[in-house]
Design a protein around this ligand. Structure first.
Ligand code: FRU
Length: 490
């Protein structure tokens, strides 16, 4: 049954979305079209299509009363908008339908598992927020909330687990059972991922603490995802209040990948490797889906909480998703590259080979704002190599590789930000005698960088005027490069 609140959201969408000129939206990065979005939710394959939901406030470009927006795709390039799927309209989720996931059931139904948020006024007048895991079952458009919600509540937490910070269930199937991982705050005040199990995806019990921060990797752990990839068990989480560590981890909200092997006796992940997932200024709450052909594909909110809200005036939406990325584990590291479907959007190839770069040059045909550009710097002796994109006389987003330090620095100071927020990020890459490959995806409001076949990825929102489409190259010393650029069309 459609509630008043869901009906209102759908009516608002159907009135406002058609008024948004398509040229104002990113060409291939998903937004809500209107309103605010944050985390990707319910990324799942259902009846041979990929459904994606997202944290959504249709009414304004600010976070408020979380609904679930809904889209689907067959190619990760074109998304069909579907009516808002969930509104906070029941006692158990009246203060928000927070993040969660989805799965296809054997009976052909689509099951959503999400966090219901409920605030209560305590006898002393203060407010307490309670978070518990809820279910809704549907057909790919209409979802009915389960009458026995919540299906996982505070009563199932291990001793000392917080009923206030308990959210973002990711459901998956293994063998004969369903499992769900969810973020929780432990008695030591830091984050953990809890593992739950079920025979029917409706009735759940606590299994184990899969992993915990122990105050080493930030505080509350949000938005976990857990899967097996290339022989490793991989946990992705988004810690809050992380403390920076070298160039690997940043302060504040960030992302963490832990890879190792799941111990079925203890129910915990034995860690062998840890790394940040993305090294840019804008990446949070990633979620993955397994494709029909066996690829593990990840999408994330292309934004950090610490810099929300700073977009130029007049855009009808806030929040974008990254372009979907295929994940691999290679030599223990998480690798990520744009899904191969993007190649079908490539038009007009421009290629330059063995170009010598020292003082700043542009190359014929290498410019544009909706492009897929790969630059290979050949092994050589130079102090730095620099690419400036989205440039005109006053703008430019600058990517600098320093082979001596083995770092890449991205500086978006001149990229149209209306505020003096953090605009630079530096991260480590392999030194490899000055050899580096950089693939750059540019869209109207973003830059995603993939280094050395996806060994590092870095995502940035930029709000540079769209007429700034220049690209130039320079080097300290002499570098020799190959460059291939495609315009992208959708
Ligand atoms: C992460 C997060 C989640 C929560 C959602 C609320 O960005 O804080 O933990 O479910 O956003 O919108």
């Amino acid at each position: 049954m459609t509630s008043e609140r869901l009906r209102a959201a759908r009516k608002y969408e159907s009135e406002k979305l058609p008024q948004v000129p398509s040229g104002i939206l990113p060409a291939y990065h998903l937004t809500g079209g209107i309103g605010w979005i944050n985390d990707p939710n319910g990324f799942s394959r259902y009846k041979n299509e990929y459904h994606l939901f997202f944290q959504y406030n249709p009414y304004d470009v600010h976070w408020d009363a979380m609904h679930w927006g809904h889209v689907k795709t067959t190619d990760f390039l074109h998304w069909e908008r579907l009516p808002c799927a969930l509104a906070p309209d029941r006692e158990f989720d009246k203060d928000g339908c927070f993040s969660g996931s989805a799965i296809e059931l054997p009976d052909g139904k689509h099951l959503i598992m999400y966090t219901g948020v409920r605030k209560e006024t305590l006898p002393d007048g203060t407010q307490a927020e309670y978070q518990a895991q809820c279910i809704a079952v549907g057909d790919g458009t209409e979802y009915e909330k389960f009458s026995q919600n919540p299906v996982i509540d505070a009563g199932m937490l291990p001793p000392g687990g917080s009923a206030h910070d308990f959210r973002d269930p990711k459901i998956f199937e293994k063998g004969e059972k369903y499992y769900a991982v969810a973020g929780n705050r432990c008695p030591d005040g830091s984050g953990a991922v809890l593992l739950f199990e079920s025979d029917d995806a409706l009735s759940w019990k606590f299994r184990s603490v899969l992993a915990s921060s122990g105050n080493r990797h930030g505080r509350m752990w949000e938005c976990p995802d857990f899967f097996t990839l290339d022989g490793k068990d991989v946990l992705l989480v988004s810690p809050q209040e992380m403390n920076a560590k070298g160039l690997e981890f940043i302060d504040g909200n960030t992302t963490l990948c832990l890879a190792g092997s799941f111990n079925p006796v203890t129910g915990s992940l034995e860690r062998e490797h840890e790394q940040a997932i993305d090294y840019g200024l804008d990446f949070y709450a990633p979620q993955t889906v397994l494709t029909a052909d066996g690829r593990r594909v990840m999408i994330a909110w292309m934004q950090y909480w610490d810099s929300v809200g700073y977009t130029p005036e007049g855009l009808p939406f806030f929040g974008q998703m990254t372009f979907p990325r295929e994940l691999k584990i290679h030599n223990g590291r998480l690798y990520q590259m744009p899904v191969s479907e993007l190649e079908s959007a490539r038009r007009e190839k421009t290629e330059h080979r063995n170009v010598t770069v020292s003082s700043e040059i542009s190359l014929p045909g290498i410019s544009g704002r909706i492009i897929d550009l790969t630059v290979n710097v050949l092994p050589g002796n130079y102090e730095y190599f620099r690419i400036t994109v989205a440039a005109d006389n006053t703008h430019g987003t600058v990517i600098t590789y320093n082979p001596g330090k083995g770092t890449v620095l991205v500086d978006r100071t001149l990229s149209g930000s209306p505020k003096d927020i953090l605009n630079t990020r530096e991260f480590c890459v392999s030194k490899k005698e000055g050899k580096i490959e950089m693939r750059i995806l540019l869209d109207r409001y973003s830059l995603e960088l993939f280094v050395n076949a996806g060994s590092q990825a870095a995502s940035f929102t930029i709000y540079t005027p769209l007429s700034a489409d220049g690209i130039s190259f320079s080097a300290g010393g002499t570098a020799v490069i190959n460059a291939v650029k495609y315009n992208l069309e959708f």
